[in-house]
Design a protein around this ligand. Structure first.
Ligand SMILES: Nc1ncnc2c1ncn2[C@@H]1O[C@H](COP(=O)(O)OP(=O)(O)O)[C@@H](O)[C@H]1O
Ligand SMILES: [Mg+2]
Length: 302
C-alpha cells in the first residue's frame, strides 16, 4: 500500500498538467476538481485515465447530478432519454494499446463502458441513485435509523441498501483497525463502494462514525451531488447512557483506547445537508425525516 501511495503522490505531481491538456475541461472549477482528485488515491488513476484516453467513449462531463471528475462509468448523459444504447454498441472503435493506462498499483487496464446507462438503470427503478452518509458518535443511532429507513423505502417499493460500518468490517474492511490510517482507508473504501451503488441507481445509506471531516470531505469531492451528509447529532452523554454495545463502559474501564468522542476526536460536520437531532424523537421519526428529504430532492422518482 505504501508503494501505491508513493506512486499516487508522484502521479499527483503531473496530474494538473495532464488534466489541463485534456480536451474536456479547463478553468478554475476544473483546477479545483483536479486538486480534490489529487487527494484521492482511488480517483487519481481514473482522472489520469480519462485525461489520457480521449479517444475512448468515456466522458468526464458533469451530468445533472454527476461530478466533473466522475468515473467514465457514471453513464449520466445530459438530455438523455434514459434508454440504453443499442446492445453491444458500447465500444466499437478498434482496441489499441495506447488506450490502456495505470491506476494505482494496476497497470495496463481500461474502464469498460457499459451499454446500460445510469439513467436507464434509474428509469427502470423509478428512483435516483444517491448516498446518504450518516455520521455521528457511537450510539447516536446511525444504524438504527439507517435500517429503519431501508425498511420504509422497501415498503414503498424503492431499492435501498445500508452499508453499515460494523457490517462492512465483517468482510471488505476486516483487515483494518482503528488507527488514523486505517480509519481513513475504511472511509475511502466505503466511499468507493457507495459510489458504485449510487451509480447502480440504488439509494445507498452509509452508517459509519467517520469522525474526521477531511475523510468525509474527500468522499464528498468524489461523489459530488450524489453525496448527502446526514449528521446524527446526539450529545455524548446520551450516547453513553444508551451504550447499546457496552463500549462506553469498556472505555471508562480503560479496556478500549482511542474511542471517538472520549479520547479520540469527533469532528462534527460544518454544513451537513441534514441534521437529525435524534435525541428528541423515535428512530421511525428520524427515518421519516430522511424519507421526506429524499422525496423533496426528487430522488424517489425518475
Ligand atoms: N431517535 C433515536 N434514533 C436512533 N436510535 C435511538 C433513538 N432513540 C433511542 N435510540 C437507541 O439508541 C441506540 C442507537 O444504537 P445504534 O443505532 O447502534 O447507534 P450507532 O449505529 O450510531 O452506533 C439503539 O439502542 C436505539 O434503540
Ligand atoms: Mg452502528
Amino acid at each position: 500500500m505504501a508503494t501505491c501511495a508513493g506512486v499516487s503522490r508522484r502521479l499527483a505531481g503531473g496530474l494538473h498538467a495532464l488534466l489541463s491538456q485534456a480536451s474536456f475541461g479547463s478553468g478554475p472549477g476544473f483546477a479545483a476538481a483536479s486538486r480534490s482528485l489529487a487527494k484521492s488515491r482511488g480517483d487519481l488513476g481514473l482522472a489520469l485515465a480519462t485525461a489520457t484516453t480521449t479517444t475512448t467513449t468515456a466522458t468526464a462531463s458533469a451530468g445533472p447530478r454527476g461530478t466533473s471528475h466522475a468515473p467514465p462509468s457514471s453513464g449520466r448523459e445530459e438530455g438523455s432519454p434514459g434508454t440504453s444504447r443499442a446492445y453491444g454498441s458500447a465500444r466499437t472503435e478498434k482496441d489499441s494499446a495506447s488506450t490502456t493506462y495505470d491506476v494505482g498499483c494496476s497497470s495496463n487496464i481500461r474502464w469498460h463502458e457499459s451499454p446500460v446507462t445510469r439513467d436507464a438503470r434509474e428509469r427502470q427503478l423509478d428512483q435516483r441513485g444517491c448516498v446518504l452518509w450518516m455520521t455521528g458518535l457511537s450510539g447516536s443511532g446511525k444504524s438504527t435509523v439507517a435500517f429503519t429507513l431501508e425498511h420504509l423505502l422497501q415498503e414503498k417499493g424503492k431499492v435501498c441498501y445500508v452499508l453499515d460500518g460494523d457490517n462492512v468490517r465483517h468482510g471488505l474492511c476486516k483487515d483494518l483497525g482503528f488507527t488514523r490510517e486505517s480509519r481513513e482507508e475504511n472511509i475511502r473504501r466505503m466511499g468507493e463502494v457507495a459510489k458504485l451503488m449510487a451509480n447502480a441507481g440504488i439509494v445507498t445509506v452509509v452508517s459509519i462514525i467517520s469522525p474526521f471531516a477531511e475523510d468525509r470531505d474527500r468522499v464528498r469531492s468524489s461523489l459530488g451531488a450524489d453525496f448527502h451528509e446526514v449528521y446524527v447529532k446526539v450529545p455524548l452523554s446520551v450516547c453513553e447512557e444508551r451504550d447499546p454495545k457496552g463500549l462506553y463502559r469498556k472505555v471508562r474501564e480503560g479496556k478500549i483506547k482511542g474511542f471517538t468522542g472520549v479520547d479520540s476526536p469527533y469532528e462534527a460536520p460544518r454544513s451537513p445537508e441534514v441534521t437529525l437531532e435524534a435525541a428528541r424523537g423515535e428512530p421511525a421519526d428520524m427515518a421519516k425525516e430522511l424519507y421526506e428529504y429524499l422525496e423533496e430532492k426528487g430522488l424517489l422518482k425518475f
